[in-house]
Design a protein around this ligand. Structure first.
Ligand code: NAD
Length: 489
């Protein structure tokens, strides 16, 4: 049984709690893992605090920390097949996707491994010959890192790698729904040589394991990826101790297609944007916004291909999309389909569970397309986190931009056009943290990722993703101290 990792030891939870981890493909129990209580959270936070304040970690040079991350990258590649299999069992996504996740995670550890010793110290011109002024960057301290179920390993790596590069200690809490690859990640970090207490792992629910970390006065920073409501609760809870808060929340991401776009490529990406991982992607392009004259042909092509998406076991070759992560989550997706019908959206395909007998024990849902959608519908405005595409139309460039920005979120969006200048104009006006022109989905470890508006606070990846885990300190040295006689004396 996977246990908790506290102060360099794998330990039983204080109250002996356990939780079954479910395979979403068939509802079977993959394994049983430990379930933390608030007492375990307290112990994990204390271990991270002690390691930060008193441990050998604080004396490690940035270069040595960087080498640890580079060793970790090698270990991830060594165990690539095993990790990918675990991720597929746990999340239902295809093995190909899980393999890509491991490669992306490896790239993130390499990127921050190489950045760790690039000294950002800045000498400041104090305007005086007799002053030496500089800004140095130090770790924030103890970090609580809380992650969601859809990209468990990937989301954890975006936090763990920069937090370690900057010299912090941490407690990681993966989603209780999909904890397995995070357990593996901690095992590999131990193998890579991370000192005891620097990385601690809690497995368990938000209220029992997550909330006590957020409230703890011993924690200096909370970095959270997950849903909007949880993010709001975390921000409120963190206010009591005024800790730093970084939030990566949801999205309702527009995919805008102009009539002059490359038809085949735009159709292909429109499908991938929303149906990859059954739509359980924060940056999923669920809002297709298509120009009037292209609408009928484009939607017909999308629907025809959506009907042919092969659902199945993520471990099987040929499977194109897996199940939703849980029964509970499927019920949420189904309620949005009901809502869409009530709001007057026109169902073109899907809107049901598949009838394939082999899929009946899993949490499958058919790729679903709704036409005649309006911007004021809840189906269009709220994150469904399922395989549901809504289609809206526009006539002019201004209308397209207005629709693309008509959301409380601001995570990502795309514009498809054959006109380079128009692509740049629209990209400049979209209020989203990432904008793709004639593409959908790619991100780079060296480019910041995060949300405008209610999609979050702060950035992951890139230099800013490291800056989140650093405190700036100004050191001002007077080279010629002399009395100022401010008070006459
Ligand atoms: P969630 O908010 O339900 O849970 C996320 C994590 O928070 C879990 O580990 C959970 O146990 C924990 N948690 C729950 N309540 C808590 C509390 N009160 N205090 C502390 N921790 C608590 O999210 P989810 O359903 O696991 O993930 C899906 C959501 O994540 C979607 O909204 C998606 O858009 C978002 N997401 C965003 C990004 C991004 O980069 N912006 C990436 C992936 C997922």
């Amino acid at each position: 049984m996977a246990m908790l990792f506290i102060a360099g030891q794998w330990v039983e939870p204080a109250e002996g709690g356990t939780r079954d981890v479910i395979n979403p493909f068939d509802g079977s129990v993959i394994t049983t893992v430990a379930e933390a209580s608030p007492a375990d959270a307290e112990a994990a936070v204390q271990a991270a605090r002690t390691a930060f304040d008193e441990g050998e970690w604080s004396s490690w040079s940035p270069g040595k920390r960087g080498e640890l991350l580079l060793r970790m990258a090698d270990l991830l590649q060594r165990d690539r097949a095993e990790i990918a299999r675990l991720e597929t069992l746990d999340t239902g996504k295809t093995l190909v996707e899980s393999g890509i996740d491991v490669d992306d995670v490896t790239a993130v550890f390499r990127y921050y491994g190489e950045l760790a010793d690039k000294d950002p110290t800045r000498v400041v011109d104090a305007g005086s010959e007799s002053v030496h002024s500089r800004v140095v960057y130090e770790p924030v301290g103890v970090c609580a890192l809380i992650t969601p179920w859809n990209y468990p390993l990937l989301q954890a790596s975006w936090k763990v790698a920069p937090a370690l590069a900057a010299g912090n200690t941490m407690v990681i809490k993966p989603s209780e729904v999909t904890p397995l690859t995070t357990v593996k990640m901690v095992e590999l970090l131990v193998e890579a040589g991370v000192p005891a207490g620097v990385v601690n792992l809690l497995l368990g629910s938000g209220p029992a394991a997550g909330a006590p970390m957020v409230e703890s006065p011993l924690v200096d920073l909370v970095s959270f990826t997950g849903g909007l409501r949880t993010g709001q609760a975390i921000m409120k809870a963190a206010a009591g101790t005024v800790k730093k808060v970084a939030l990566e929340l949801g999205g309702k991401n527009p995919n805008i297609v102009f009539a002059d776009a490359d038809f085949e490529a735009a159709v292909d990406y429109a499908l991938m944007a929303v149906f990859l991982h059954a739509g359980q992607v924060c940056s999923a392009g669920t809002r297709l916004i298509v120009q009037d004259e292209l609408h009928d042909d484009f939607v017909a092509a999308v629907v025809e291909r959506a009907k042919r998406i092969k659902l199945g076991n993520g471990l099987d070759e040929g499977t194109e999309s897996g199940p939703l992560v849980s029964e509970e989550h499927r019920a949420k997706v189904e309620s949005y389909v009901e809502l869409g019908l009530q709001e007057g959206a026109r169902l073109l395909t899907g809107g049901n569970r598949p009838d394939d007998p082999e899929l009946q024990n899993g949490f499958f849902y058919l790729p679903t397309v709704f036409d005649d959608c309006r911007r004021d519908m809840r189906l269009v405005q709220e994150e469904t986190f399922g395989p549901i595409m809504t289609v809206e139309r526009f006539r002019t460039e201004d209308e397209a931009i207005a629709l693309g920005n008509d959301t409380d979120y601001g995570l990502a969006g795309a514009v498809w056009t054959g006109d380079t200048e128009r692509g740049e104009r629209v990209a400049a006006k979209l209020r989203h943290g990432t904008v793709w022109i004639n593409d959908f989905g790619p991100y780079l470890p060296q480019a910041e990722w995060g949300g405008f508006k209610r999609s979050g606070i702060g950035r992951e990846l890139g230099h800013d993703g490291l800056a989140e885990y650093r405190e700036a300190k100004h050191i001002y040295r007077n080279l010629a101290p002399a009395p100022q006689r401010w008070f006459g004396g």
